[in-house]
Design a protein around this ligand. Structure first.
Ligand code: FAD
Length: 501
């Protein structure tokens, strides 16, 4: 509460924050976590914590009057719906050139994401983060992260037989007929639970399309893994619905003064608190951490932060696209919301793409193959403080996604040619082939070894650390949360060993 002094304060409860919270509390350190979203534990009037995918209500989106669905159109019309303004779980944060989707709530992105738990290719990891010992990462920290996240794999025999993955089998067949390699992708969704869903033994979640507005069962989100374990130590306090607005060196006694606004479920500020912390861990995500640090540097609270703060932001080369299959290549009326397969074309230097074969869970057969491609797009952007508005902007231009489109187009043009099929042009706008104006994978803005030391310390300010996706320089070639988790495991171990006495 207001005026408190705490040993460790963690801003944000996504992957970076959850790792920090678990390892700090296990080391016996009282840890206070501050999260702007709510704690998703209380059911609504329908008995569910999260709202249904196909009939979203206020619980779906963060403080909006209307949904902004990633696949926003169908057959010429918008599929968005009016909703009541509420602290919903999925934010689509608007910058001029891009909408950045993020999770809001205790558990961060783990509440809304597809659960795809992919360890990056070692040679690419070494290319993007040459200062990190990859032997250590691949022998210790990636395995540690995968174990603590509860990563598991789909039973291949069940995959081949269930109607719920017909869409993925069709995606695989059409890719392989064009000579592309496909691969199973591990996940944190409990596949035993999913099998029981299919057998009608438990309440359905992934199998009734739940994912981007939260899963009411089945998914091992961070509140069930890292954060549950941290809470079990008795040393973790979480303040939900608190937005950190400022971090500055304390006037007396060392440490940092952290200012936060408490908000209600309609998003209105109902109070302001100031807490002093010996150590502060920035884990507000690539966007949240970068915005805070860039604002603190520009406004003078943390004026000595280096110029690399706010630089090297990328969106993991994300671009989405749909293909219209022939009538004989059905994708299924029933689709699991959890993706389990990708097309791996990363080694092809003319079109380095890792494309997830995504579900299109509409509840009816549509013959659509949907893909979320991760391309090796070299474009980057910067965060900038606007002194007129007092806000931090991101200067990403939509045209910077053209390299992603070009790479993905090579791949999917080949499939379309081989199959005699075409793109869907009605999914991302009234007439628009590529979903190039949005991302699920914000990365960078406070890159490891550039804005921070080799372990996430902000050396100009002893006791300040960065723990989240802002450490990763813009692109990691696969879905990012395993990388974010493993880097956080590596860094917090070093910080606890050297800085916490
Ligand atoms: P986050 O998980 O974003 O956590 C940051 C937290 O900080 C949030 O809870 C936020 O509300 C809070 N916060 C921000 N600012 C403040 C503030 N000022 N004060 C207090 N709290 C604050 N990745 C994969 O690897 N596999 C997938 O299948 C996958 N699917 C995705 C699907 C969707 C729809 C989305 C949106 C993302 C997906 N991702 C996926 C991406 C993944 O979820 C993110 O990369 C990951 O969550 C980032 O972790 P983080 O720790 O950097 O930050």
């Amino acid at each position: 509460s207001d005026g408190d002094r705490v040993p460790a304060l963690v801003i944000g409860s996504g992957y970076g924050g959850a790792v920090a919270a678990l390892r700090l509390t296990q080391a016996g350190i009282d840890t206070h976590m501050v999260e702007m979203g709510k704690s998703w534990t209380t059911p609504g009037s329908d008995g569910k914590v999260f709202c249904p995918m196909l009939s979203p209500d206020g619980r779906s989106f963060w403080l909006r009057d209307r949904t902004v669905q990633p696949v926003s159109h169908f057959s010429g019309g918008s599929v968005d719906k009016n909703i009541s303004r509420y602290v919903g779980v999925l934010d689509a944060e608007d910058f001029g050139g891009i909408k950045v989707y993020q999770g809001r709530g205790v558990g961060g992105g783990s509440l809304v994401n597809g659960g795809m738990a992919v360890t990056p290719k070692r040679n690419y990891f070494e290319e993007i983060l040459p200062g990190v010992d990859s032997n250590e990462m691949y022998s210790t920290y990636f395995p540690r992260a995968n174990a603590a996240l509860g990563v598991n794999n789909i039973d291949p025999a069940w995959f081949e037989s269930t109607e719920y993955y017909k869409f993925a089998r069709t995606g695989r067949k059409t890719a392989e007929r064009s000579g592309y390699t496909t691969t199973f992708v591990p996940n944190v969704y409990d596949f035993n639970y999913m099998k029981q869903e299919a057998a009608g033994q438990v309440t359905k979640s992934a199998l009734v399309s739940e994912v981007i507005y939260g899963n009411n069962a089945g998914k091992k989100s961070l509140d069930k893994t890292y954060l549950a374990a941290a809470s079990a130590t008795g040393k973790l306090t979480i303040s939900a619905l608190h937005v950190v607005t400022s971090v500055a060196p304390a006037a007396t006694g060392g440490g940092y003064q952290v200012v936060m606004n408490q908000i209600n479920e309609q998003g209105n500020t109902v109070g302001t608190k100031t807490v002093t912390a010996d150590k502060v861990f920035f884990a507000a995500g690539s966007i949240g951490t970068s915005k805070l640090l860039v604002a603190m540097k520009a406004q003078g609270q943390l004026a000595n932060l280096p110029g690399a703060v706010g630089q090297e932001w990328g969106h993991n080369g994300n671009v989405m696209v749909g293909r219209a299959n022939h009538m004989w290549d059905a994708t299924g009326a029933k689709q699991s919301a959890i993706p389990v397969m990708g097309i791996d074309n990363w080694a092809d230097t003319s079109a380095p793409v890792f494309a997830e074969i995504a579900p299109f869970p509409a509840g009816t057969e549509l013959w659509v193959s949907l893909y979320l491609a991760i391309a090796k797009n070299p474009q980057r952007a910067q965060f900038q403080f606007n002194s007129a508005t007092g806000k931090v902007g991101l200067n990403w231009q939509r045209s910077q996604n053209q390299p992603s489109i070009d790479m993905a187009k090579k791949l999917f043009d080949k499939i379309n040619k081989k199959e005699g099929t075409i793109y869907r042009t009605d999914l991302f706008g009234p007439v628009q082939t590529w979903g190039d104006q949005l991302t699920y994978h914000p990365l960078g803005g406070c890159v490891l070894g550039k804005a921070t030391d080799g372990y996430g310390r902000l050396p100009e300010y002893p006791g300040l650390y960065v723990m989240d996706g802002s450490l990763v320089p813009g692109n990691v070639g696969v879905n990012p949360f395993v990388t974010i988790t493993a880097l956080a495991e590596r860094n917090i171990e070093n910080i606890i060993a050297n800085d916490m006495n």
